[in-house]
Design a protein around this ligand. Structure first.
Ligand SMILES: [Cu+2]
Length: 496
């Protein structure tokens, strides 16, 4: 599964080469000539300097290829269950499109006539809504009102002409399916290039899931979340955005879920240049470094990468910078045999039996109100035992392959400080896994960096030319080592 996603990862090399063209057949690449300005291969940076339509990179998410049928650009989406590795070793059961959640990115030009064939390979009905599109009502994908839901095994063909421009998205309009991952980016490139032009253009989809340890299926009824993802990956498995020092960068943020996300960039000020309704007029742009991306919204931000370094880009909600939080993880690390959670019925709403966690010891997510919420736990942070299970040298079972498992630094009198521990065993050397998430884009990061990246976190790496070239060289090598993989409409889709 992960290897497939590797092949499909959209990578734009520094030369402007669109490596995701690998997923297009030669024939389709030929066909793509109609997409003016979106060069599929071999375009030098200088040549695309004036191109109005630079392809948007969606790190860790594939591009959806298309075929030309007369004057129509035809895409094919398959709604289906997917297995997705959101974090090293954490493969979860999501619902998505064409093998991933979020689904592949669609990119078109303003004015295009577009056909999208949607096949439903889910065990229940679905619908496909084109969020914010000004299209005829019967193409809107509103189940029950504008069309019948697409039954399992069924197909619906959407076709419309797109006169808008900006950062849009597609998603299932069945609410609970949205919480299983069913969304994808839909970029409409403007006829008239935006000014000032950018050198790099990225899109990141923000999602959240409630998945208890040892369970692989999100509880879509839960209202608290413990896995927060950028493009389907939780930090440190997210792929950094690689830019050259001095480049102008656009990042398109798209949110579909239950939470709002204040996305913060280190080291730079940006301006918000677009919303889910398209480009904003320049007089409305004001400087900031945190943009609140509400549910069902998109926000485009732009900045000049003038400050070299590896800069964090992350949601600023503290719990959204964590992985797999559940209420008994804290106590579990320092107690033995105390039933920590509540029965599953109260803890997670739906799951009652058959999970790896017992009724007595079932962990629970968060605290709060509503369906799937839990009661406040009586156990608070408590003193560490003399032989804490976290002292992994005594507990060989705690050694996770590939994890660095350094020991956190705590003061001698730590246990006497009210509130300890907070981050001591949640972040830092114990969580470092640099090797497990090794990839070209991470090359040269400070050793141990991965111990501090979780949830909705990634980097914008603003690199001087030599470091930039080193990473691009590694990218090229990695791509070269992979077998060619064609993923085109009409071909059988493999679950891996
Ligand atoms: Cu958030």
């Amino acid at each position: 599964m992960s290897s497939r996603r590797g092949f499909l990862r959209n990578i734009l090399a520094g030369t402007g080469v669109m490596a995701s063209a690998k997923v297009l057949s030669a024939q389709e690449m030929d066909m793509s000539h109609g997409m003016q300005g979106m060069k599929m291969k071999g375009v030098k940076k200088s040549e695309h300097a004036d191109a109005s339509r630079m392809l948007v990179e969606t790190p860790d998410v594939a591009q959806l290829p298309w075929r030309i049928d007369g004057s129509v650009k035809e895409f094919h989406l398959i709604a289906e269950p997917v297995k997705q590795e959101i974090f090293p070793g954490r493969v979860v059961d999501l619902w998505g499109y064409n093998g991933s959640a979020p689904g592949p990115t669609i990119q078109v030009n303003q004015g295009d006539r577009v056909r999208i064939i949607v096949d439903n390979h889910l065990p229940e009905a679905t619908s496909m809504h084109w969020h914010g599109f000004e299209v005829p009502n019967e193409m809107d994908g509103a189940p029950g009102s504008s069309q019948d839901p697409i039954p399992p095994g069924g197909r619906f063909v959407y076709e419309f002409t797109l006169h808008q421009e900006g950062t849009y998205f597609y998603h299932s309009h069945m609410a609970m399916q949205e919480m299983m991952g069913m969304i994808g980016a839909f970029v409409m490139h403007p006829k008239q290039a935006y000014r000032p032009r950018v050198d790099r253009d990225f899109a990141i989809i923000l999602q959240e899931y409630a998945i208890l340890p040892n369970i692989t299926v999100p509880n879509s009824m839960n209202m608290e979340f413990n896995w927060l993802t950028f493009n389907g990956k939780a930090g440190p498995a997210t792929t950094p955005l690689i830019v050259r020092h001095g480049e102008r960068v656009r990042i398109r943020l798209i949110n579909l879920g239950m939470d709002h996300h204040p996305i913060h960039l280190h080291g730079h000020q940006f301006v918000v240049t677009g919303t889910e309704g398209g480009r904003q007029p320049e007089p409305t742009w004001g400087p900031g470094n945190t943009v609140l991306v509400g549910v069902a919204q998109s926000r485009d931000v732009e900045f000049v990468a003038s400050n070299p370094g590896d800069w964090m880009l992350h949601c600023h909600l503290p719990h959204h910078m964590m992985n797999q939080m559940s209420s008994n993880v804290g106590p579990m690390t320092r107690r033995n045999g105390i039933p920590a959670g509540l029965e599953m019925e109260r803890g997670m709403g739906m799951l009652r039996q058959g999970s790896a966690t017992s009724e007595e010891n079932g962990p629970s997510l968060g605290r709060g109100m509503g369906v799937g919420s839990t009661f406040e736990q009586r156990t608070t942070n408590s003193p560490l035992r003399a032989r804490s299970p976290m002292q992994h040298q005594d507990m060989p079972g705690m050694q996770h392959q590939g994890m660095q498992m350094g020991r956190p630094e705590v003061s001698k009198d730590a246990n006497s400080v009210p509130g300890f521990p907070q981050d001591a065993f949640m972040e830092g050397p114990m969580m470092a896994m640099d090797q497990m998430v090794d990839k070209p884009e991470n090359f040269g990061l400070r050793p141990g960096w991965s111990g501090f990246m979780a949830g909705m976190m990634t980097f914008v790496r603003v690199l001087p030319p030599d470091k930039y070239d080193q990473i691009m060289e590694r990218r090229k090598k990695q791509e070269g080592n992979k077998p060619m993989k064609i993923d085109m409409p009409g071909m059988e889709h493999k679950h891996e």
